[in-house]
Design a protein around this ligand. Sequence first.
Ligand SMILES: [Zn+2]
Length: 50
Amino acid sequence: MAKDPVCNMNVDETKATIKAEHEGETYYFCAQGCKNRFLANPDQYLKRNS
Ligand SMILES: [Zn+2]
């Protein structure tokens, strides 16, 4: 399972259609809105996990 970095929902990467690449990593999202929020400010969401 991948994790949606915006809302922390688990996303099945084998079925996910909404994804984005950022600095060589692929991220998966539950919804287009989450992807948009991530792309608008990726660092905000990535720092939360580290
Ligand atoms: Zn989400």
